[in-house]
Ligand binder design. Structure first.
Ligand code: NAP
Length: 409
């Protein structure tokens, strides 16, 4: 197809992903021509040190935004959409914080805004939810959507390393940024879950709707004791439908071996989608990396060139609830004497929290109690926890981590 018509692409940002995208586009040019009948051409590149935004957009049919952050990415993407350019972005913060405004601009201009690379890197989870499962009534989406934290938790579980040492190792290997705050405090995963929830529930979900917690307070012995119960620890995003309401949360939690996300280790990502019609589908793969992310960007570019229809994005908003049921792991350091276990059981019993399993270790004069509770309203569990903090035989602050009870296999 030497006479294939060119399609001009403006590139904003030429860092890790932008550089990999240029390289991949040139290496896979013949494949793009074969799939679409058109030959991709770079109209121009904009970065801090290069290029003029207005000139590049004027000369492009498709704009690829790989700058990151919201300023100036939001302004650039809005202007490109309003000028009638299709946009592809890998920017989760942009979509999670300004999705409504951007999807409106795309709709009004009759162009596409695609963002496959914004969630779970190379895994085509957006396409599957937006297209293959668009008419399926999704009840829950669970995801390990941050590779940095999954690497750190895997390292802590396999070597017994402290959190700070495991984080240092992740930085050495390039899995964590010099400033890892948004990864370890759950904010990065929260942005991705806002995007997945929007697609799953056809509701305008934004970052503000997501309650999130990180992994900074996890202790190596939490992981060690949990092994006794056959549990593994993950930073999980969970978006659920509860009748006419939804919830979207990110929190560290234990999974039993039969959960499809339990075996996902290291920097990998995975997303499980549940619906009555499909039972459960799990997709896993590399969640980051220049080439992997660029591959998802290129897939979006190919879809646009091939003329796949713009996808309708929801404008209605379901209400968000934070009052939910969970099971919990509870770690207590107590005085080792008669009546202590009965005292703990009394507090739990009065708050209607029931114990599924308990293990006790002697520590000289003290003892360590590690318990797993059955599912109950979170408010009841937290009421029991604050009552427990006043018990005179307690030797340290209780530590609690959620547990997902479901097993699929
Ligand atoms: N890296 C990954 O593995 C990965 C994975 C999934 C998604 N993403 C997403 O992909 C996007 C790009 O990430 P990245 O890792 O490639 O970032 P990066 O390496 O930091 O590159 C950012 C690029 O944007 C340019 N830029 C920054 N501020 C700018 C401004 N004010 N005006 C114009 N250009 C500006 C930089 O210009 P200079 O070259 O002049 O500095 C650089 O070329 C982000 O949204 C990120 O969240 C990345």
């Amino acid at each position: 197809m030497s006479g294939a018509q060119p399609v001009r692409i403006g590139l904003l940002g030429r860092g890790t992903v932008g550089g990999a995208f240029l390289e991949l586009l040139s290496r896979r040019e013949a494949a793009v021509v074969a799939a679409t009948g058109r030959r991709p051409r770079i109209a121009g590149v904009v970065r801090r040190s290069e290029g003029d935004f207005d000139e590049v957009v004027a000369d492009s049919e498709i704009v690829v935004e790989l700058i990151g952050g919201t300023d100036p990415a939001r302004e650039y993407v809005l202007r490109a959409l309003r000028e009638g350019r299709h946009v592809v972005t890998a920017n989760k913060q942009l979509i999670a914080q300004h999705g409504d405004e951007l999807f409106d601009a795309a709709r009004q201009a009759g162009v596409q805004l695609r963002f496959e690379a914004a969630v779970a890197g190379a895994i085509p989870v957006i396409r599957v939810m937006q297209e293959s499962l668009s008419a399926t009534e999704i009840t829950r989406v669970s995801g390990i959507v941050n590779g940095t934290t999954n690497f750190i938790l895997t390292e802590m579980a396999s070597t017994g390393a402290a959190y700070s040492d495991a984080l240092g190792r992740a930085q050495e290997l390039g899995y964590a940024e010099a400033d890892p705050t948004e990864d370890v405090n759950g904010a990065d995963a929260a942005a991705k879950m806002a995007i997945l929830a929007r697609l799953a529930f056809h509701s305008a979900v934004s970052l503000d709707d997501v309650a999130y917690e990180g992994i900074e307070a996890i202790q190596p012995d939490d992981l060690a004791y949990a092994k006794e119960f056959g549990l593994s620890l993950k930073l999980l995003g969970v978006a659920e439908r509860h009748g006419g309401e939804i919830s979207v949360r990110v929190f560290p939690c234990f999974l039993y071996r039969g959960h499809p996300l339990a075996p996902i280790e290291g920097a990998f990502n995975a997303v499980t989608v549940e619906a009555p019609a499909i039972t459960e589908i799990t997709m896993s793969g590399p969640g980051a990396g220049g080439t992997e992310t660029a591959s998802a960007v290129l897939g979006d570019v190919v879809s646009i060139i091939a003329g796949e229809a713009p996808v309708h994005m929801p404008r209605d908003r379901l209400s968000v609830t934070r009052d939910l049921d969970s099971a919990f792991y509870l770690h207590l350091e107590v005085a080792d004497r008669p009546g202590v276990l009965a005292g703990v059981a009394d507090v739990l019993g009065r708050n209607e929290v029931s114990v599924k399993s308990v293990v006790q270790w002697g520590l000289g004069e003290d003892a360590r109690l590690v318990m797993v509770m059955h599912q109950c309203p979170e408010s009841r569990f937290y009421a029991a926890l604050s009552e427990m903090a006043g018990l005179e035989f307690l030797r340290a602050q209780p530590r609690a981590i959620r547990v997902i009870e479901e097993e699929f296999v």
